[in-house]
Write a protein that binds this ligand. Sequence first.
Ligand SMILES: [Fe+2]
Length: 160
Amino acid sequence: MPLGRQPCGRERIESSTSITDARVQRWLTLTSNHDTALYRHSRHVGELTAVFAATLGYSPYDRRRLVQAALLHDIGKTYISLRLLTKPEGLSAKEVQEMRLHPEIGYTALVTEGGHDKHMLEVVRHHHERLNGSGYPGGLGGRSCQMPCGWSLYVTSTPR
Ligand SMILES: [Fe+2]
């Protein structure tokens, strides 16, 4: 890389080595095969997170965990039907309930796979929590929500 040139998000995400982790790559391939828009969203969040973590001076270990969490935060949506994921009109109450299962589904899939960092798993599980307790799946708020909610404010750019 030329002197004076800062790495872009894609370079940072790949230099974080998360993208080269075989398990992460497999999940991203599954995501891409299910819904290309979901895949692009996951990559964009991962790239932004890589820049964010590097800018804040996080250690390589923490950058890796954060980028992995960003890349995998929505993998539960690979278990949601494409019809529902891409439905252009508003969702019914029942469909919203189904969509809101995706953090727990993704968390369970990763726990079942095994070998993932516990903090990364908590971000996947709680990325739709809100500091005021209005999020899901746990309705966490305040101190019990500091890490996952702080993350959710950053990584979540879709309302569902
Ligand atoms: Fe999500």
